[in-house]
Design a protein around this ligand. Structure first.
Ligand SMILES: C[S@@+](CC[C@H](N)C(=O)[O-])C[C@H]1O[C@@H](n2cnc3c(N)ncnc32)[C@H](O)[C@@H]1O
Length: 207
């Protein structure tokens, strides 16, 4: 099974249920929200790449001028539409490697290790650079190598036992493949960037 099929099976809603999340994962998600809020200032336009059901844009709804979420899993986009009622948020079914937009944005984000589940990482970075052309306006958040024990437990709680562990990824019996990063590996992919820790389990990258 590929990640595409894993997401189609509705994994995201189980993963976002706080009851499945070990404390380290919950803390990461809370801190991540504060960092996103800090970088996505009032009145800006923002695109969320791999937005899932749109929870980050929903939190930014009263602050942004325009928020667009893109995700290839159509059922998540249908769910995300409930956040779009205020008119500033819009959600589109599409692939991160070929974003279906010509517009340019003040900020582009791909967070909660979404990029770490995407096979063609360079292409996604290229698309983020295309839609948010200014350096320093693009955000990734990804898991660090130190996240492995907490992720094993999290995945187990939402029904995925880890079958394979390598220095770069975990694969579960349900087919989820999720990568983790060292600073050196991140820099090898992203090039010039600023890397900050998010607690013990993750990195927040601006490039
Ligand atoms: C880890 S989930 C996170 C979702 C959301 N960012 C959040 O934090 O709630 C990753 C999301 O990326 C989406 N995704 C994975 N690969 C994608 C791709 N190539 N193009 C668009 N969306 C993708 C999945 O469908 C899923 O919703």
């Amino acid at each position: 099974m590929s990640n595409t099929e894993v997401y189609k099976s509705g994994l995201l809603n189980r993963a976002l249920d706080p009851a499945t999340q070990p404390a380290e994962i919950r803390d990461f998600m809370q801190t991540e929200i504060a960092l996103i809020r800090d970088v996505v200032g009032d009145g800006l336009t923002v695109i969320d790449v791999g937005c899932g059901t749109g929870r980050h844009l929903a939190l930014l709804r009263d602050h942004v001028r325009l928020g667009i979420g893109v995700d290839y899993e159509h059922s998540y986009i249908v769910e995300a539409h409930q956040h779009g009622k205020a008119g500033r948020l819009h959600f589109v079914t599409g692939d991160a490697t070929c974003l279906p937009l010509r517009a340019r944005f003040d900020r582009a984000m791909c967070v909660t290790n979404t990029w770490g589940t995407m096979p063609d990482k360079p292409r996604v970075l290229a698309e983020m650079r295309r839609v948010a052309p200014k350096a320093g306006t693009r955000i990734l958040s990804v898991f660090a190598e130190t996240s492995i024990p907490a992720r094993r437990e999290w995945y187990r709680r939402f029904g995925h036992e880890v079958l394979e562990e390598s220095p770069e990824y975990l694969v579960t019996d349900g087919g989820l493949r999720s990568e983790h990063f060292s600073e050196a590996r991140l820099r090898a992919f992203v090039g010039e960037c600023e890397i900050r820790r998010i607690g013990p389990v993750a990195y927040f990258v601006t490039f």
